[in-house]
Design a protein around this ligand. Structure first.
Ligand SMILES: *Cc1c(COP(=O)(O)O)cnc(C)c1O
Length: 383
């Protein structure tokens, strides 16, 4: 290694306002199931352009709540992209359903509506689209398919808070949308997640599932001074605390500025990449307003020293802590064992996986950091 500071691929940004907001809750009476949770949900649904928002303990919990709210169960198939974080498919399995993997468009790495159509069967009960890297999927085509089949469309929008499609915000583009507030995502609550929807019944089901399947929430019980509650279905404890939501409210105020900064960084990368022909950015559709959770490049070369694995190692060695998103889900040992999936199922996702690197992308990065990443890439490709 050398003495240059390391640059991570993603990082949270916590300022003094965030810290004050959290400390205020720590001094208050309610530290969970209190007013900050409701306020965060209200503010978030405004930003996402949805009628309802339900805050939960993680993005994975949000996905699980979404599967429950849609009634996914044994015998049901849910189409998911192969190129995603495993939680997108795991949530189907949590409910006893079967994830069916669809391939991607090799230019954007977004789920390919043609392959979604090819994977449809009478058992298909939902489609989950993933806004890979922060670019919204082709929602007009996906909605056309799911509405013709009479099934719901779910957006795994864990990468795309702040993005929009034809001017409409992510969070309002699918029947249910799901977000994560892990520290590498656009805003953080430490751990946390959110479900947005316009459907009151689905919002209520998600809220029920997050709280043990209990019908009467703590507030209503307080107001009614009643001890009575009922478990009407099997739920979990997927609640999020007021401490976390206070942080979320404070972070959300900065989302627009941070998204603008992410887009500036992306521009700077894209311009620099024009002089590194072996490293190509992904395509951005003109109808998409991309919010760049990730900045992903594809390395076409197989040559020693210039292939993906060697470039990855060389960047790490120079203190640039890049990442790879993702190993296609169907290639993980658990999926191979449980569902018999294997190479060849989604060839475009498998080929993309061998080429991608996620470069550092977070709003606190300076222009000098971006330039250092690009100069390092250029030097590796020239060596
Ligand atoms: C981060 C992420 C999740 C899971 O979110 P957690 O908050 O870490 O549980 C799910 N899907 C995608 C695409 C993600 O990037």
């Amino acid at each position: 290694m050398n003495d240059l500071k390391t640059i991570p691929y993603g990082k949270q940004w916590i300022d003094e306002d965030d810290i004050r907001a959290v400390v205020d809750v720590l001094r208050a009476d309610r530290i969970t199931t209190g007013p900050r949770v409701k306020e965060f949900e209200r503010e978030f649904s405004r930003a996402a352009g949805s009628r309802f928002a339900v805050a939960v303990s993680s993005g994975t919990a949000a996905l699980h709540c979404a599967m429950y709210a849609l009634g996914i169960g044994p015998g049901d198939e849910v189409i998911v992209p192969a190129m995603t974080f495993a939680a997108t498919a795991n949530c189907v399995v949590f409910q006893g359903g079967t994830p069916v993997f669809a391939d991607i468009d090799p230019l954007t790495l977004l789920i390919d509506p043609d392959d979604v159509e090819a994977k449809f069967t009478p058992r298909t009960k939902a489609v989950i689209a993933v806004d890979y890297a922060g670019q919204p999927c082709r929602y007009d085509e996906l909605r056309g398919l799911t509405s013709s089949w009479g099934i719901p469309l779910v957006a795994d929008a864990c990468h795309s808070l702040g993005a929009a499609y034809y001017g409409r915000p992510v969070g309002s583009l699918a029947d249910l949308s799901v977000f994560s507030f892990h520290p590498v995502k656009h805003i953080t609550t430490g751990e946390g997640g959110m479900i947005t929807t316009d459907d009151p019944d689905r919002a209520e089901k998600a809220a029920l599932f997050r709280n043990h399947g209990i019908t009467v929430d703590f507030d209503r019980r307080l107001a009614g001074s009643s001890w009575f509650y009922e478990i009407v279905d099997l739920g979990y404890n997927y609640r999020i605390t007021d401490i976390q939501c206070a942080l979320g409210i404070s972070q959300l105020k900065k989302l627009a500025a941070w998204t603008a900064r992410r887009r500036e960084i992306a521009d700077r990368y894209s311009r620099a990449l024009m002089s590194i022909p072996q490293m190509a950015p992904l395509d951005v559709m003109k109808e998409a307003f991309h919010s760049y959770h990730l900045y992903v490049v594809k390395i076409g070369s197989d040559e020693p020293g210039r292939n993906r694995d060697d470039v990855f190692a060389a960047l790490l060695q120079r203190g640039i802590l890049v990442n790879v998103h993702y190993i296609p889900v169907h290639l993980h040992p658990y999926y191979r064992k449980r569902f018999g999936t294997a190479e060849g199922l989604c060839p475009k996702a498998e080929a993309a996986y061998r080429q991608v690197i996620s470069l550092p992308m977070f709003p606190l990065m300076s222009d000098a950091d971006v330039d250092r990443v690009m100069e390092t890439c250029a030097a590796i490709m020239k060596d």
